[in-house]
Design a binder for this molecule. Sequence first.
Ligand code: SF4
Ligand code: SF4
Ligand code: SF4
Length: 206
Amino acid sequence: MSEGHGIDRRDFMRGAAAAAFVGGAYAAVGDKGEEMVWQLDPNKCTQCGRCSTHCVLNPSAVKCMNQFNICGYCDLCFGYLQPGSRGRDTGAENELCPTAAIKRTYIEDPYYEYVIEEEKCIGCAKCVKACLVFGNASFYLQIRQDICINCNECSIAKACPSDSFKRVPKLQPYIYLTGDVSTTKSQPSSDPNPPQTTLGPRSENS
Ligand code: SF4
Ligand code: SF4
Ligand code: SF4
C-alpha cells in the first residue's frame, strides 16, 4: 500500500472514531464528584510523536505551547530552526516545524519571541524535543480542552509509551511545566480556553 493510501485510511479511521462521539462528550467523574478530562503530563512526555498520529481528531487536539518565563527568546532557537541553520537565516526552508506553526517576532537585539499558532500545530513534538535537548525546554505539549472531545478512552493515552496521560479535574485542565503558576505568564489556567499571553514586540515608546 502506498503512503498516500495509508494516510487516507488513517484519516478515515480517525473520522469514524470521532463520528462515534457526535452527540456529546463522555463525562468522567472523579473521586470528589467533579467532572474530569484527559490531559498529558509534559514532565513525563518523551516526544515520541504519537500525539500527532493517534488522536481521533485530525489534526490532533494536542498542541504545543511555549512557557515564556523559561524561554530564552533566543535568536538561534533550536525549536524553531532546522539543525545546521544559521542564526539569522530564518527563511521558511529553515523552519523545523513541518507546518510552519511557530511565529518568530523580533523583540529587541538579540531577542526574539516564539508563539505557537495553534490552528497550524499538529502536536508532532519536534520543536519540544529540540528545545529540550539544545535549549531551555520551554516548549511543551498539552491537550487543548476547547478542541478535545474527551473520549471515554483517549486513543493517544493507549499508545503513549511514557504513560503521560491521566484524567484531571475539568476546572484545572492544564498541567504547568514547572508547577509554578505565580511566575508563569503564558500558561493556560483553569480557564478552558485561555489566551497565550506574551511580552509582545516592543512599542515605539518603550
Ligand atoms: S514542530 Fe510540531 S509540535 Fe511544534 S509547533 Fe510545529 S507542529 Fe506543533
Ligand atoms: S481524548 Fe485523546 S484521542 Fe480523544 S480527542 Fe482528546 S486527545 Fe484526542
Ligand atoms: S504519546 Fe506520550 S510520549 Fe508520545 S508525544 Fe504524546 S505525550 Fe509524549
